[in-house]
Design a protein around this ligand. Structure first.
Ligand SMILES: [Zn+2]
Length: 347
């Protein structure tokens, strides 16, 4: 008898709070409004699979020797990215004309030479001090003991070239009178493969105040398909979107529903997920500083961290589609009237 009452009361409490919870979610969902924009569609459509392919065949070529942190090949890769921004007339937020943020050797440990992050940006029209950061890592694993190159086409050549295309689209919009309200920082970080050091260095030496950093959209591997999605490849894993900001999560969802309808897979966003991807790429250095993040990822595949991660294995149509999704999400984050708020503790 006692037990029964206890259970009944529990059941009641459960029903009530559940209802409350649902109502709250509905409110949060509705509070994030997106309006369909022909202007945005125009710039989404400038993101081009052929250009992604051209850039990636260069970036994941012999020339950059697998881009090991602090190596000559990595330095050349950083220069290649900086030269791209220079040629596109997209400036650097670093004082002077340099696109490089040097990460000192002492910071990286005794095995490594100094290295560099590459930073380019589009200055916001109305709130230039507020910034949306798009990031990917420029380094990879270098050369193996037999002299074979780790090309890292997917990891993270795919994120690198996606950013180059997005920057070009934002620049074109700016030149045509649609400068974003907030600034967009294109942050190519080094030393990811040796423990997220480049992004850690940036967050400890930020160019924009961290409390003015609206969100970080981090890309690490978006050009391939994993085993789970072989027969339904129009997907991408999103990790972290709901951990700090309910608004970020729904903004991201609404952008996808309105323009793309890609299958956003949250499998790896589960807490205590055994792969711990949430902690394994550069967005985590932002998340731990209470900055809302989304990590975009295609999952692992047979060429992950192998010398066979080559550009011929990339699905360029899929890379284009995922790049468009991230571009549109960044556009909305940068252009909405009120910046998204942090309303949750990440625990
Ligand atoms: Zn990676």
């Amino acid at each position: 008898m006692k037990l029964f009452i206890y259970v009944t009361m529990l059941a009641l409490v459960g029903t009530c709070s559940n209802k409350n919870f649902k109502a709250k979610i509905e409110d949060a969902k509705k509070s994030v409004k997106i309006e369909k924009s022909d202007i945005l569609i125009k710039y989404i459509n400038t993101i081009d699979s052929n250009q992604l392919k051209t850039h990636l065949y260069k970036y994941a070529s012999d020339e950059f020797e697998g881009r090991a942190t602090g190596s000559e090949g990595q330095r050349k890769a950083a220069e290649f990215i900086a030269n791209y921004y220079k040629a596109k007339n997209i400036s650097s937020p670093i004082k002077g004309s340099s696109y490089f943020q040097t990460v000192p050797a002492s910071y990286l440990g005794s095995k490594y030479n100094k290295s560099e992050n590459v930073l380019a940006y589009i200055e916001g029209a109305e709130k230039p001090e507020e910034v949306v950061i798009i990031s990917s890592h420029l380094d990879h694993e270098g050369i193996d003991k037999n002299g074979k190159i780790y090309y890292g086409a997917d990891d993270d050549g795919s994120g690198t070239v996606a950013m180059m295309e997005m920057a070009e689209a934002f620049k074109l919009a700016t030149d045509e009178g649609y400068r974003p309200k907030r600034s967009i920082l294109f942050l190519h970080v080094t030393a990811e493969e040796i423990g997220l050091q480049g992004s850690r260095y940036y967050t400890e030496n930020p160019v924009f105040d961290l409390d003015k950093t609206v969100a970080n959209l981090n890309i690490d591997m978006i050009g391939r398909v994993d085993d789970y999605h072989k027969f339904n490849k129009d997907y991408v894993y999103l990790i972290g979107s709901d951990r700090l900001s309910t608004q970020l999560h729904y903004l991201s969802e609404h952008v996808n529903t309105m323009y793309f309808n890609i299958n956003l897979d949250y499998k790896y966003n589960r807490r205590n997920e055994s792969n711990r991807y949430y902690y394994r790429s550069d967005h985590y250095n932002f998340a731990k500083n209470n900055i809302p993040v989304i990590f975009y990822f295609n999952g692992e595949h047979e060429d992950y961290h192998q010398i066979t991660d080559t550009p011929d294995k990339i699905d360029y149509q899929l890379l284009q589609r995922r790049t468009k999704l991230i571009f549109a999400t960044a556009w909305e984050l940068a252009n909405r009237d009120e910046r998204i708020i942090v309303d949750k503790a990440d625990n």
